[in-house]
Every structure is written in structure tokens, then in C-alpha cells.
Design a protein around this ligand. Sequence first.
Ligand SMILES: [Zn+2]
Length: 201
Amino acid sequence: VVEGQSIENLIRVLMAFPGVGRRSAERMVYFLMIDPSKRISVLTEALHAVSERVRRCRTCNGFAESDLCSICSDPRRDETRVCVVAEPRDLDAIERTGIYRGLYHVLDGLLSPLDGIGPRELSIEQLLHRIQNNRPEEILMALSSTVEGDATTSYIIDLLKSTGISLTRLARGVPAGGSLEYLDTRTLSQALTGREHIVEQ
Ligand SMILES: [Zn+2]
């Protein structure tokens, strides 16, 4: 940080966040500077806690504050179903519907060869190991209806179609090109309830 440029530097750090433009970044910085000793320490402590405590769940690759996340360690969840999502925020969106009681698997992205994201960049290997060890009855593919989402679904279905596991996907109520995070809870609930079989066993 160049001397005398600390505020400009912070604005630029904030502008790197999704959906934050210069005006929003400036407003956040000015907000912090109204009571800096308090507001900055609250923010610093929150960032520190996340950085120290949050890691990936050993089983599902979602966010966790111990070896297993709160969903994987909950005995009331239905272990026979695994819902495959691209990112932790998709998991959160499905949890908000309150309909799904199974487990999850977070891929950490979608296949995108042009961006250099192949199967090895995603947690597909981890998913296969998990399926081999736990033999679930259903794998629900809950990826977005984008080119990358559909390609990733097809790739995983090809790997699993001979396993004898029921393979399902969200109903086509998900708008084409739509990302899960933009779906309202009702639409997502309908997509979950009306899920379609890709490979029925
Ligand atoms: Zn987990």
C-alpha cells in the first residue's frame, strides 16, 4: 500500500467482490470510518474467525467448523440421498426450502474447459469414493441449467450410470441459463419436489 493511499487501497479491495462497484465500496469505507475503532475491529474479528475456523467438510466438501459439517454430522439426515451442487451457496439455497432432508456434495465449480476447469479441478474423485463407500440410493444433480452445468451433469451421470444408483435432476422448472442462487424458494421447492429421473434403477 502506497503511503497516503490506504483508503483508495481498501476501496479497490472491496471492488474485487462480486457485485460491488466503486460507489458501494466507497460507501462501505466511509461507513467504517464513522467509528473506526469499533467498526473496523468488529470486521477484523469476523474475518479472523472465518479464516481460523472455517474449513471444508471431510465428507461433502461444504463449509464446516470441524471435521464434519453440521449436515453430515446430523443423524436425522437421510444418508441414502446425496444432492450434488456446484457451490456452498447452492447448498444454502436448497436448505432454505426445508424440503430436502438428504446429504450434499459440493463440487466447487462446474466443468469449463475454456477456463481450464476439468474434472480434476472439481471434487468429483471425492464424490466417487464416497459413493463407493456409502452406496446411496439416489444422487440428485442440482446444477444450474447453463452449458457448464449441463456438461457437468452429463459427465457425472456417465460415470455413475452403471452403478445401480437412481440418478435424478432438478425439474426443468429451473430457467435455462439460470443459476440456483437466483431462484426464489418456491421455484426451487417445485424443482426439488418434481425432480426427474435420468437413470431409474
Ligand atoms: Zn458435510
